[in-house]
Design a protein around this ligand. Structure first.
Ligand code: C5P
Length: 234
């Protein structure tokens, strides 16, 4: 079974502060998106990468891909994205040619995921799981709160057992037909793709995630990402 990776990269990255769309910000002088594309193409299993670009930025992203050294054995397609992450992923799936039975969905905002994590996800899908997520235990205790008016303190209502909680990362891996079906039937806000599979009552399993697959969301994450990259270049 051939494997394709869809990279949603159409977000504005508001939480990172003012500037270019998040995926186009640089780490070690190279756009975050290029790091993410290389991370997917680094897996020998991945032979196609679909980049979902900011709606007005597809041409710019194509130019960017052409300007950077990428593996010859991998094909790259660029499509314009949508209003939400979910819509962007759907547009990426629509662009997949036949013959790719396994799909990875990987956030451009996780530029430093190691290839071993990518391979572990692919392997678990090949072994028959319809949906696979890289997951890590939490360092922080998590509280559930009740919404409160702005400026008012939020009452805590529960403390879920931390030992049963996981922070999940990308790439998330899927049986293609299952993911396409999920995107055709599940409505409502979701923050990851695997939750759509859960809504169809299908099994989602975890593989070990990796610290370096963290999501670059806030300014401090950029500092950490630069440090990880510098250490790799030693
Ligand atoms: O906003 P969040 O951090 O969850 O975004 C995760 C990924 O989804 C990012 O790589 C972002 O570029 C992408 N995204 C997208 N289209 C949107 C919103 C987010 O491709 N409309």
């Amino acid at each position: 079974a051939r494997t394709a990776a869809v990279i949603p990269a159409a977000g504005r990255g508001v939480r990172l502060g003012p500037g270019a769309p998040k995926a186009l910000r640089t780490l070690g002088g190279t756009p975050m998106l290029i790091h993410a594309v290389r991370a997917m193409a680094a897996s020998r299993a991945v032979s196609l990468v679909v980049v979902v670009a900011p709606p007005e930025g597809a041409a710019e992203v194509r130019t960017l891909l052409d300007a950077h050294a990428l593996p010859d054995r991998t094909e790259f397609v660029v499509v314009p994205g949508g209003e939400t992450r979910q819509e962007s992923v759907k547009l990426g799936l629509d662009a997949l040619p036949p013959g790719f039975d396994i799909v990875l969905v990987h956030d451009a905002a996780r530029p430093l995921v190691p290839v071993d994590t990518v391979d572990a996800v692919v392997e678990a899908v090949r072994d028959g799981a319809p949906a696979v997520v890289p997951a890590l235990p939490l360092a922080d205790t998590v509280k559930q709160v009740e919404p409160a008016a702005p400026g008012e303190p939020e009452p805590v209502v529960a403390t879920p057992d931390r030992s049963l909680l996981r922070a999940v990362q990308t790439p998330q891996g899927f049986d293609r037909d299952t993911l396409v079906r999920a995107h055709g039937t599940v409505t409502g806000d979701v923050t990851d793709d695997a939750s759509m599979i859960e809504q169809l009552d299908l099994a989602v399993v975890t593989v070990p995630g990796h610290e370096e697959a963290f999501k670059v969301t806030r300014p401090l994450d950029l500092v950490l990402a630069e440090a990880v990259l510098a250490r790799r270049r030693l």
